[in-house]
Design a protein around this ligand. Structure first.
Ligand SMILES: Cc1ncc(COP(=O)(O)O)c(C=O)c1O
Length: 405
């Protein structure tokens, strides 16, 4: 089936966090009349026809009562996850969340008490940190390092020292990594899982971006040996792949019965009990052959956007450092060679050019020199925005000799 990713819905007036003028002016300051938004990780494409059809069937009935976590949902999740690992998943291990973010909060509340800490690799998706901080739980940061190709690497020695010294209760891993797009190797995951097991740290693997792999082989934490999966919480949703984050639907996989029971008690305390009728239908529709066809086609389109944008930028502003896109549809750029922080670049680009990118600092202090650009939009928007961005860089970059004057 052919899909059209060139044509986008107009979302400037539907309360979208990504596009709504009022919301975005609160974040970026006054915007010009025309603007293009490429920050928050929402896709601009319409959902796949099969999702739309399932939602329409519900709308046509005009009844939206309570539903339960029905069999088709369990089966869809087991089948989709079965394609990613050999792990034998059963219904008991699966529970509901209202999106992965809600599950991050549940996890921290279930397993940490005041005075405890969690550990993360920074820069990283900000709710990892916020879920701990709002619950008065400490956050240990093992800062990622870049290699010669600007790919993130984990400093395992630091990681071990932090874990041994501070004994965090939970390690929250972004697998694959947002914002760096790293697809961790099985060896790396094994080392992390070993460190957690040896030090009684529960391992949480956020696999939100596993449906978008450009280079390398994704390894679900579920594919490690049983001794590791017995110490594991996997958080997932179809929201990144299939673009229905607003339906607030996701799921948790917890093989160990004791950890699972504690987690489920906390779900009850939070009243996370029944799925959203539309979210459940959308998840079932996504995890099908038709869903997969759309997923692959949409990701091909986004990778073409990345290939175009990275080759254009390499020519026009070669001093910018582009992180390779192993996973996700998010370009992660080191802009320090412009003589500005990511915050300054983002604020000025938004106000002066109407190009809305995301400051790297929103992924923690370790991202201060970066910006993140969402390529899940039309080719036309990518080309327009990168042309404006490159021109702006050429006009505004601070040469070392100039800034010394
Ligand atoms: C790593 C990661 N986890 C979770 C989410 C959000 O997932 P959900 O919409 O299921 O809460 C995102 C969104 O960008 C993300 O990047």
């Amino acid at each position: 089936m052919a899909f059209n990713f060139d044509q986008l819905a107009d979302r400037k007036s539907d309360n979208s966090k990504k596009w709504d003028r009022e919301f975005n002016e609160g974040y970026f300051g006054k915007l010009p009349d025309e603007y293009i938004s490429m920050w928050i990780a929402d896709l601009d494409y319409e959902v796949t026809p099969i999702i739309h059809k399932k939602i329409e069937e519900i709308v046509d009935k005009k009844t939206y009562g309570y539903i339960y976590f029905y069999d088709e949902l369990f089966e869809a999740i087991k089948q989709w996850q079965g394609n990613k690992s050999d792990f034998s998943l059963n219904n008991e291990m699966i529970s509901l969340n209202f999106g992965i973010v809600s599950a991050l909060y549940v996890t921290v509340q279930a397993f940490c008490r005041e005075g405890d800490s969690i550990i993360i690799n920074s820069p990283v998706y900000n709710p990892f940190r916020v879920a701990a901080e709002v619950n008065h739980i400490g956050v240990l940061e093992n800062e990622l390092e870049v290699d010669q190709e600007y790919r993130y690497q984990i400093n395992f020695q630091n990681l071990e020292e932090l874990i041994v010294e501070h004994q965090p209760k939970i390690y929250i891993l972004c697998n694959p990594h947002n914002p760096g797009g790293r697809v961790w190797s099985k060896e790396e995951l094994q080392k992390i899982a070993d460190l957690c097991l040896e030090n009684n740290v529960i391992l949480v693997s956020d696999e939100a971006h596993a449906d978008h792999i450009n280079q390398g082989q994704f390894t679900s934490m579920l594919s490690l040996d049983k001794k590791y999966t017995d110490n594991l919480i996997v958080l997932n949703s179809a929201n990144k792949g299939f673009n229905f984050a607003g339906l607030k639907m996701g799921y948790n996989i917890i093989p160990n019965l004791d950890i699972n029971n504690l987690f489920k008690q906390q779900l009850k305390k939070q009243g996370i009990l029944e799925p959203n009728i539309f979210g459940a239908a959308a998840l079932c529709a996504s995890y099908t052959d038709e869903g997969k066809e759309w997923l692959d086609a949409s990701y091909d389109y986004m990778v073409q956007n990345y290939d175009w944008a990275s080759s254009y930028l390499s020519q026009e502003v070669p001093e910018l450092k582009i992180t390779p896109l192993d996973s996700t549809y998010l370009m992660w750029l080191d802009v320090s060679s412009l003589g500005m922080t990511g915050d300054e670049v983002v604020e000025r680009l938004a106000q002066e050019e109407g190009i809305l990118f995301q400051p790297g600092s929103s992924f923690g202090q370790a991202g201060i020199n970066h910006i993140r650009i969402n390529l899940g939009t039309s080719k036309e928007f990518v080309q327009k925005s990168f042309q404006k961005f490159a021109d702006w860089c050429q006009k505004n970059k601070r040469q070392e000799d100039k800034s010394l004057e």
